[in-house]
Design a protein around this ligand. Structure first.
Ligand code: ZN
Length: 408
């Protein structure tokens, strides 16, 4: 059977919902926090040289840009249970072949595919201060700019790690000269750039938005990150916990002729955004109910926007109460992950796993096509005591996503 027929059969079986296999991604320059439910003996399943696994990518059509990685690292597979055997097709191939069926005509015409990447990342130490280039600097290396946003699921953050704080932006008053001096002393130990930034305590159940060009050094909470699908970045911190950060990671996405050009490198910083006097007010997000909370209680569920305020993507948390069965409608296609409880989504049994072996399948991740989202997906919580909790990631242009941040 050709790939297209396999995908069509999967869509038919799941009424427009398909199951995905877990995608594990190692990072050689970071240290895993071991809270992603991957079995502890499998954290280095790809070999110590490749690094520990500290990320799980969700509904991904983006290849991981890791040195030495296999062709399909980072890419999600649709899993098709054919009784006697399990078939797999890349979600990327499915969307390349049947994009309109998955995402709708409008999205394909405007964006050409699924241009969002969601993931969990989980580190035992912070990530060095870095930014993702804005449009003008990303396009000079043929890449896309990358805004991103975070939400910290309480279910995965009972242990907060040893540094649950994230540095964001630059202290108002910081100058280009200050940052150039830090870059000049890159090879002389810690370049001191964090003295010009400010750390905020991270609170489970809340999040932050990080527009392109904003400096940030994510702390040790398990983070549900939704971002524009692009791997562009530049590290500005020269040492992390006594380990040097290679200069290469600063200039990885800088045109060759500017590799030693500190003016170009400080230009990649979005100065207005970083020096914002009200940085927290303009970047910190608390969930907002997707409809009147009183109505939800009667209907057996609640739904909140957990990532919003940016055009490129959004995310919701859905909580279905014990023993309740609900039908959930959305106006756009989405990927989903179950983080608590068990029950059913459409025709599929679902559960939040406790321990996952590397390479094994789970029943916690799915993709819902636009038609299925609009028709409504039936979700049943089969527990008598525990909520069924699902995170849903949307691409650009979900007409229902709030555009304005809730001010605190
Ligand atoms: Zn980042």
């Amino acid at each position: 059977m050709n790939i297209e027929n396999v995908i069509l059969k999967a869509l038919e079986y799941g009424d427009g919902v398909v199951k995905l296999a877990p995608v594990w991604v190692p990072r050689s320059f970071l240290s895993p926090g071991k809270r992603l439910k991957l079995a502890s003996e499998d954290i280095y399943a790809l070999g110590v040289e490749r690094g520990g696994i500290d990320e799980r990518w969700l509904a991904s059509t983006t290849k991981a840009d890791n040195p030495g990685a296999p062709e399909d690292e980072g890419l999600s597979y649709i899993v098709i249970d054919e009784g006697s055997r399990i078939n797999r097709v890349l979600l990327k191939d499915a969307i390349d072949l049947l994009g309109e069926r998955f995402l709708g005509k409008d999205v394909i015409r405007k964006h050409g595919g699924w241009v969002v990447l969601a993931k969990f990342f989980d580190n035992s130490c912070p990530i060095p201060l870095h930014l993702h280039q804005m449009e003008e600097h990303a396009c000079r290396v043929n890449k896309l700019p990358k805004p991103e946003a975070y939400y910290f699921p309480p279910q995965l953050n009972i242990v907060e790690g040893r540094f649950p704080y994230t540095f964001f932006g630059l202290e108002p008053g910081t100058t280009r000269e200050d940052i150039k001096k830090c870059l000049e002393r890159w090879h002389m130990g810690d370049n001191g750039i964090l003295y010009f930034s400010k750390a905020y305590k991270l609170k489970p159940g809340t999040g932050w938005i990080v527009p392109a060009g904003t400096l940030h050094a994510p702390g040790t909470l398990v983070t549900y990150e939704v971002q524009k699908a692009s791997d562009v970045f530049a590290m500005y911190q020269s040492m992390l916990e006594d380990r040097p950060v290679p200069w290469n990671l600063l200039i990885k996405d800088v045109p060759k002729e500017h590799h030693r050009d500190l003016d170009y490198i400080v230009d990649m910083i979005n100065w207005k955004e970083n020096l914002d006097h009200e940085f927290k007010k303009n970047h910190y997000i608390e969930p907002i109910p997707a409809m009147n909370p009183e109505e939800f209680k009667e209907m057996g569920y609640e739904e909140k926007w957990i990532i919003y305020g940016l055009d490129d993507f959004s995310a919701k948390e859905l909580i279905v109460y014990p023993r309740r069965s609900v039908k959930i409608h959305d106006r756009a296609a989405y990927g989903l992950i179950v983080i608590q409880g068990h029950g059913r989504i459409g025709k599929f049994r679902v559960e939040a796993p406790t321990i996952i072996r590397y390479g094994e399948l789970t029943n916690d991740e799915f993709f819902v096509t636009v038609e299925a989202a609009k028709d409504g997906v039936e979700i049943v919580n089969e527990s008598s005591s525990e909520s069924l909790v699902i995170l849903k990631h949307f691409g650009p242009g979900n007409p229902e996503a709030p555009k304005i941040l809730k001010r605190n």
